[in-house]
Design a protein. Sequence first.
Length: 617
Amino acid sequence: MPSDAKKRRDQKKKEAAKQRGQPKGSKGKTDEGSDAQKPTSPVTNGQTNGATMNILTGQLEDLDLAAEYRSVSGALASHPESRDLQIINFSILFHGAELLVDTTLELNSGRSYGLLGLNGCGKSSLMSVLGNRETAIPKHIDIYHLTREIEPSEKTALECVMEVDQVRLHLEKEAEELALCTSDEAHERLMDVTDQLEDIDAATAKPRAATILDGLGFDAKMQQTKVEDFSGGWRMRIALARALFIKPAMLLLDEPTNHLDLNACVWLEEYLKSYKRILLIISHSQDFMNGVCTNIIHMHNKKLKYYTGNYDAYIQTRSELEENQMKKYRWEQDQISHMKNYIARFGHGSAKLARQAQSKEKTLKKMVDSGLTERVAGDKTLAFYFPDCGKIPPPVIQVQGVSFRYASNKPYIYKNLEFGYDLDTRLALVGPNGAGKSTLLKLICGELNPTEGLIRRHSHLKIGRYHQHLQEILDLDMSALDWMMKHFPAIKEREDMRRIVGRYGLTGMQQTCPIRNLSDGQRCRICFAWLANQRPHMLLLDEPTNHLDMETIDALAEAINYFEGGMLLVSHDFRLISQVAEEIWVCNKQTVTKWEGDIFSYKESLAKEIERKANKK
């Protein structure tokens, strides 16, 4: 790990210890994602309910600081010089909550793993354990865990990506040591290290770094722009570019598509398909995981379960296994019921019947002792709901001759737009970054005013706009229940509000603890509950899937499909678009045009364009 990152982490630990009034390294606990706040309800004796675990694993936004409150155990089972990693008896406890218990972690070089599990099960904690080397990982396996955007500096984006002197020195030293070894594992690692050194060689580094930045949306001018001039989202892209440039032996990416548009998502998917080392991804995008992953790891019931193939193959295999498991479970339960009834009826009968009853009793005991098949416990599901908004006659929204630019010295983003929206509109806006997708949503809802032209809205129209900064309206010191009661005073009974909030996946302690103790995904659900209870006629959704797990995204898609009003969507999630959008509009070159095809044909066109650009180079 780079020394400056280690210094920052140590400094944060000291500051946190000072705030708690205890020495650094003491084992006082705190909630993950809570900005070092104490938990609202203590957990003792390693016991916790599902709601508590969900809060604990979703907190402490700085995962390096969270390491102070984790207990990790496990033994290295793979060869110490192997490029593969296997750890047996692997367990993670966080603040008394068991996230993983006596399971096996197995990651093989050349494989790309998708890590799945419900919000709160500990996926990010597992990734942080690996990134911080809190378990037995050989030193030669270098790790890059993408957790935060790159620090602001006066260096250009291109310079920051190429700045890998520490990595180069480490690889050169390792190559010297490996040259003296004679084992097959050492020879394989030497070849791998040599490839990495060639990749970051000064002669080839600049064009390769520029290609990566270009794929992530940085044009030539932006590549020469100082890092301090970029927003947090763009600095996260620079950090991602740096990770891809380094090509570590183990690359850990937690929701890498959150700050990307569709074009960059397609480029990243194509790039990661050929990653030759260990790749571990957490992603809410099923389509992205289908394109990248060769294996799936399902984090469920405190165990890691492994599946070969991409996400679709995992779904099919898991369904078949669970169907067979349920068949076996029902057969065993029928046998047990039959034997218990026989024993109860004839256990005190004639000598012959009593002997048969005793025989069945022994058979039953053997079945129980050998272990019975467990009933399939499916993942928890939830159901979002957008209330009936009522009908208003068309036209609902009319865009007439609209042109827009942010200032008189800035270029036009749109020129002379003409179209209309009604309550039956189900539309997805796509296009390259900077084309004005979010800008168009702001114009439609009235947050921005046209430079020229007019936008007419029906006088009774209610618009509900969801965007990435909506969480800023939350009062972090209030509970979700109290905050919702404050915003909807017409709902007098707390039990009524409990049911409303519960519909969006927040139950029990999650409803009553301070919002700052909740994960980003749980805060997003509060925002959806707030938005839905305004009963809007038109939903404007700008990247609604960030921080949501796949089950929640499916619930959102189902709620949109049942919604009686209109919907405009900006999203980098191809699957969500395919589920809810009836039309695709492309924002580009100062206008919007209808795409004649579905979202996957649009994705194919992007992939072909990426291939064409690569061939030209």
